[in-house]
Design a protein around this ligand. Structure first.
Ligand code: ADQ
Length: 454
């Protein structure tokens, strides 16, 4: 069996708390075949990038690299998060393109390739994650690396005309052809990539997933929707009800219905629109006043990027505005909390909620939608209100699907979920849950790796 090498911007070290679902999945994959996880160390240094740190844990090794303040700023805060992130989330209005950050992104990718190449064995299988590392395979090939290399894009692949707005897009997106397999979250993302390759790359896409770049190089692309460990989340959720913080939340609600939203504080998640839709709901359904509390958990994210600072201010204003207009001495309609919680607690919060509000403007998949469903009590499952523009919508048709730009439509869906008879809630939930259990995170990684090795 070949060794697996995982490459991602952040590495979840073996004993890190709060390892997310992806971290758990990658650790399990590494344990199965033995392997190496390579990425940024999380450390910014004065002086040069490139110092390596190594740690062995059983059959898995961790190798991480320091970045200088300037490299990190250009590569991560700059090109990855102020250029690519908005572009890939269809937000041309927020794209900030600068030659120096683009150059920094290329430089860091070349350095990743150089340092990684020195760690590789001949039959290693390499799996690269996400938009931070698009050119990595091309740089590895330049160094003579002939290994199997796969890439998974966690975020959406937008329409080709949007991609083409990026200066030198042919070079960046053309470099994807250096991978052997490219995985997307949904068939739609795959379609859009194939159109890009045809329209702008001078290449070809065949019905069986094979693709040919303009220079004749063959590679493959497919849809591999990511998922969660549904059984683990269900166990965590039913154990969580005895936790003090979950009990306190329950007591604080009294007989009120809980609607919950859980998102990184990111403009792709559609939080201002969601707050406004909730306000519209309060305006249009006064009879429900005092009966529902909306809890939004939104841990601060990318706080060095100006667009994220502006979003934070906007949400603080909106939460204050809605509560100022609608609250009563004994009722606060919106509870807005910028904190992280462990999954042990978070799943308990999901389980208390009768409504899950997941309304991103764009999202590669959105794992919160899946975690919400997996956490429900089968005897009284909550209702998921889900944006059509989340990758998850392709697999979760029994949710109440909404257009997050249509505030009245979202307000209607909240009212519909609030009034939904228990029998219908159960029917919808069973269908969603069955599919989740069949298609869990283990199946996701196995399918991708099988395709990469094939
Ligand atoms: P994200 O944009 O981070 O991921 P998402 O898929 O929803 O979005 O995952 C967020 C994770 O963070 C979830 O596991 C959630 O539980 C956790 N989380 C959020 N708020 C939290 C809080 N307050 N406390 C604790 N945990 C919290 C990117 C893409 C997605 C894609 C994933 C995986 O943007 O579209 O689904 O990668 O591929």
């Amino acid at each position: 069996m070949s060794r697996l090498v995982v490459v991602s911007n952040r590495v979840a070290m073996p004993h890190a708390h709060r390892a997310g679902g992806l971290a758990v999945a990658m650790r399990a994959a590494l344990k199965e075949s033995g392997g190496l996880w390579f990425g940024w160390s999380g450390k910014r240094v004065h002086g040069d990038s490139g110092e390596l740190h190594k740690l062995d844990d059983g059959n898995t090794s961790y190798c991480t690299m320091d970045l200088s303040f300037e490299d990190f700023d250009h590569y991560y805060n700059g090109f990855a998060n102020r250029t690519l992130w908005p572009l890939l989330h269809f937000r041309l209005d927020l794209v900030d393109y600068r030659r120096d950050t683009h150059e920094g992104y290329r430089r860091v990718n070349a350095l990743f390739a150089e340092k990684l190449a020195s760690q590789l064995r001949e039959d290693d299988i390499v799996w690269v994650h996400d938009y931070h590392l698009i050119p990595l395979a091309q740089r590895l090939r330049d160094l003579g690396v002939g290994n199997r290399i796969g890439f998974f894009l966690h975020v959406p692949m937008p329409s080709s005309d949007l991609l083409a707005a990026l200066p030198n897009h042919e070079v960046l997106f053309g470099s994807l052809a250096a991978y052997d397999l490219i995985g997307f979250q949904t068939e739609r993302d795959l379609d859009r990539f194939q159109s890009y390759v045809r329209l702008y790359g001078g290449g070809r896409a065949f019905a069986d997933g094979r693709m040919r770049a303009a220079d004749g190089r063959e590679f493959r692309a497919g849809a591999f929707p990511i998922s969660i460990d549904a059984d683990l989340i269900a166990r965590q959720a039913s154990a969580a009800v005895t936790r003090a913080s979950v009990q306190r939340l329950r007591e604080s609600l009294g007989s009120r219905v809980l609607a919950i939203g859980v998102d990184r504080l990111d403009y792709s998640k559609g939080l201002p629109d969601r707050f406004r839709a909730f306000e519209r709901f309060l305006d249009r359904f006064p009879e429900i006043h005092g009966q529902m509390t909306y809890l939004q958990l939104a841990p601060v994210s990318r706080s060095e990027v100006p667009e994220y600072q502006a979003l934070r201010r906007e949400l603080e204003g909106l939460a204050g505005h809605i509560n100022g207009r609608h609250a009563a001495p004994d009722w606060t309609p919106v509870r807005y909390v910028n904190r992280d919680f462990s999954h042990g607690v978070l799943t308990g919060f999901y389980r208390l909620a009768q409504l899950g509000l997941v309304t991103p403007l764009r999202d590669g998949m959105n794992l919160v939608a899946k975690e919400f469903v997996a956490s429900q009590d089968p005897q009284s499952p909550g209702v998921l209100v889900l944006s059509r523009f989340a990758g998850a919508a392709a697999e979760m048709k029994e949710a109440l699907l909404v257009n997050p730009y249509d505030l009245d439509g979202v307000a209607d869906a909240i009212a519909h979920a609030h009034a939904m008879p228990m029998e219908e809630r159960k029917e919808r939930w069973h269908a969603l849950h069955r599919r989740l259990r069949r298609h869990d995170i283990t199946l996701w990684r196995r399918k991708f790796l099988e395709a990469l090795e094939a």
